[in-house]
Every structure is written in structure tokens, then in C-alpha cells.
Design a protein around this ligand. Sequence first.
Ligand code: SAM
Ligand code: SF4
Length: 328
Amino acid sequence: MLLDTYGRRAVDLRVSLTDRCNLRCTYCMPEEGLSWLGKPDLLTDEEIVRLVALAVGSLGVREVRFTGGEPLLRPGLVPIVAACAALEPRPDLSLTTNGIGLARVAGALRDAGIDRVNVSLDTLDPGTFARLTRRRRHQDVLDGLAAAEAAGLRPVKLNTVLMRGVNDHEAADLLAWAVEHGYQLRFIEQMPLDAQHGWDRTRMVTAEEILDLLRARFALTPEPAARGAAPAERWLVDGGPATVGVIASVTRPFCRACDRTRLTADGQVRNCLFATGETDLRGAMRDGADDAELAELWRAAMWGKKAGAGIDQPEFHQPERPMSAIGG
Ligand code: SAM
Ligand code: SF4
């Protein structure tokens, strides 16, 4: 098992398949992109499957989410998913994507074994989308969402980051649209994980503000189901059954219930999004470590997990790696 000194157990593995992306969301990366990892640095498809098999077979991981960068840019995505779906016990498999290209592969992903997708969509307006992501691909995302729904990858979840003066006026419209389409919307507070270190706490749209924006149009009541380790606090919209979630990573962190462990595209284990240290499984694996040795390294990496990320504390330091290179 992957335990830490605070008694938490990691059962949810985030696997980053690439640090590259075809969008340039302003809260994530600079316009010119980043210096991407070279091919020799990336885990191969076989190395990824070996580490996922170890996590599932020996370390108690039950859920695996593929992310990035943009995971749909990974050529081996479908075979990687298929190999992970064949593991015993079979993990729950999901994908976080910007949705570009999803229309083409949604069916293949479902057939390979993906259970659910989270698609990031911050606006209903193509112009705002172009401003926010620096690419004119809004319709591709909408097509991807529709394809995921048609392929039966339900419930399709939407992730939205609100930026003050850019898309915060759309909060209620986004929720109305999501409810109408049967998508489950979750707002995520903007975190200090952008490559350009431009995050500004005073400009961040807080969970409380998001809820106020939504309450102006909808009646929100706390969802009775226990939250467990889920990062989103959820509300019934106008009595339900539709719900909306808010992930208040900054103002109401959920670190005490965190059940995550992370693997970067270059094979580093991180015990937290905000960790400042990493454990190199790729190097150990390429030096010939056997599964027992890799499992021991992974356990030790998680044992050292801090109590909390402390974003709202004065002594907080943003990690070196940006979100896109960690795997959000
Ligand atoms: N490219 C895929 C996507 O956009 O869904 C997967 C990777 S992306 C890093 C994962 C999620 O992180 C997205 O929902 C994105 O909106 C969110 N994200 C990126 N930068 C963020 C930030 N600084 N604060 C909060 N969420 C962020
Ligand atoms: Fe790409 Fe996702 Fe970052 Fe946007 S949030 S730039 S889609 S990795």
C-alpha cells in the first residue's frame, strides 16, 4: 500500500502521458510553449504499463487517470489504455483532456476500456476561447464532448477555470449549458502552477465568489452524499438531479483526505501537485531495478508526503514543474 505518515492511503494514480499540448491556456503555459521533454526522457508505452501494473497489482491503486499536457497527443494512448484495462484487478480508467481530437478517438478509447472523461472547457464563446487558449479550436472541443457522450463515456465531466474579467461572467451560463447537455460541471480555483509564475492570489476567483455567481441564477443545496476523497464539494442544482462541483484547492484545500499519487511523463513519482521533491522511477527501472525495488521506492516517496500544500500560507513556494509537466 501507498501510505503516508498522516495515515492517508493513495489509491488514485494520475499518469501524465506527455508534457506537450496543442493549446496555450493563459493560466497554464506561455504563448511560445515550453521546452518539451525529449523522446529518450519520456517513459515508453511499455514502461508506463509496467509501472501502472505495479501500482495496481502491488500498491493498492484502484483508479488510474491519464492526463498531461494533452494526453490525446500521445500516439500510444489507446494501446496503453487497453493494456491497463487488462490488469487484474481492473482499475477504474479515466482521462482528462482538452477535448481536441476526442471526436475522432472517443469510440476507440471506450472500446479500449476508458470508463469516463473530464473535458476542460472554460467558455461558451469562441472568441473568449481563442483569447484564453490562444487557439481557435472551440468547435473541436464541443465536437469532442458530443462524441464522448455518444460513445457512452458517461457522465461526461467538464472542468472550468474562471479568470477575472475574462470568463467569470459566464459562470451561470456555463452551468445552464452543462445541465441542458447532461454534463457534470466542476469549477477549479486557479492554482499557482503556471509555467510563467503569473498567478496572483488577489486576482484569483475564489470558490465563494463562484458560488455567489451561481446562486444569482440557481438554488444550490449541498449534495447529501459523502464527499470522501473527492476534491470537489458538490451542490444539487435547483433541487437536482443535476449537480455542480467546486474544487477549492486554494481557499478550502482537501489535503487531509487526499488519496493521490502522481507519475510524470518522464517517470518521476510526485506525492503532491505541489511537492518540491520527486522520486526517479525511470532511472531505477532503466538501471535494472526489479518490481520489488520499484515498489519500495514508490512507497518511500509517498511516506514523505506533507500534511498539506499550503498554497494560502505565506511560506508557500510554487514547485519548479508547471502543471502541464506534472499532469493535472
Ligand atoms: N490538457 C488537459 C486539459 O486541459 O484537460 C489535461 C491537463 S490540464 C493541466 C488538467 C486540468 O488542469 C485542466 O482542467 C486545466 O484547466 C487545469 N489547470 C491547468 N492549469 C491550472 C491552474 N493554474 N489552476 C487550476 N487548474 C489548472
Ligand atoms: Fe494544455 Fe491543458 Fe495546460 Fe490548457 S490546461 S495549456 S489544454 S495542458
